[in-house]
Design a protein around this ligand. Structure first.
Ligand SMILES: [Zn+2]
Length: 223
């Protein structure tokens, strides 16, 4: 493994982020990047809509024009090496890509540059990578471990494979992604879930299939 830790880390499980990006594609790239890291770690990212509430803030600024530096991230820590704030700034001339967003979020959670050039955390991000590499994930999981499998309720939209039939309310099970409110021992939180669920859903579905359903469910999911 070639990952390098900065020596700093978030001392809590839920970390909020605020994104100030006008471009819809850049916004999607940043949201996907937070979601990807979230899905690999026992660290939960929650989006907030006021800058002051954001543990991590994301914006664009003029750094050095096209090429050269694509972005920068600065972390602030307390005396116990716990990160208290991370500021990610993308060069407005270069914009935001999924890969650079993954890289800067890596810095924002305590990863330094990996010695392996074919990783997201390489000092020079390989923009052809399709996402986090095993070395990137290994570094992140050293700091935060792998996602926990939790049991709880979910209310919201769910997308995934399911077995069932008919239109209307259905008692059903599915495996897939869900977005909505879910409750665990820690209370209600909003976000994405993944896993097996059984519960009530409303929507069209016939036989085996996949699609969106709205409803509530209870089941196991990764947090
Ligand atoms: Zn970097």
């Amino acid at each position: 493994m070639a990952y390098v830790l900065s020596g700093d880390y978030w001392g809590k499980q839920t970390v909020s982020y605020y994104i100030d990006l006008a471009d819809a594609n850049q916004m999607m790239a940043a949201l996907r990047a937070f979601e990807k890291w979230d899905s690999e770690l026992a660290l939960d990212f929650v989006r907030v809509y006021t800058p002051a509430e954001g543990d991590i803030t994301v914006s664009t600024v003029d750094i050095d024009g096209p090429q050269m530096a694509l972005a920068r991230a600065k972390t602030f820590t307390n005396p116990e090496n716990q990160i208290t704030k991370s500021v990610i700034q993308f060069d407005s001339a270069d914009g935001v890509t999924f890969q650079t967003a993954l890289h800067e979020i890596g810095h924002a959670i305590g990863l330094d540059h990996s010695g392996d050039p074919s990783t997201i955390m390489s000092w020079r991000v390989d923009l052809t990578l399709d996402g986090l590499q095993p070395d990137d994930i290994a570094g992140g999981q050293i700091l935060y471990s792998a996602p926990e499998l939790l049991f709880g309720w979910n209310i919201g939209w769910n997308f995934g494979w399911y077995h069932g039939w008919a239109y209307g309310w259905n008692a059903d099970w599915y495996v897939g992604w869900g977005v909505g409110w879910h409750v665990t021992g820690d209370g209600w939180t909003y976000g994405w879930t993944y896993g097996w669920n059984v519960g009530w859903n409303v929507g069209w579905h016939i036989g085996w299939g996949n699609g969106w359903n709205f409803g509530w469910s209870v089941g196991w999911y990764y947090s």
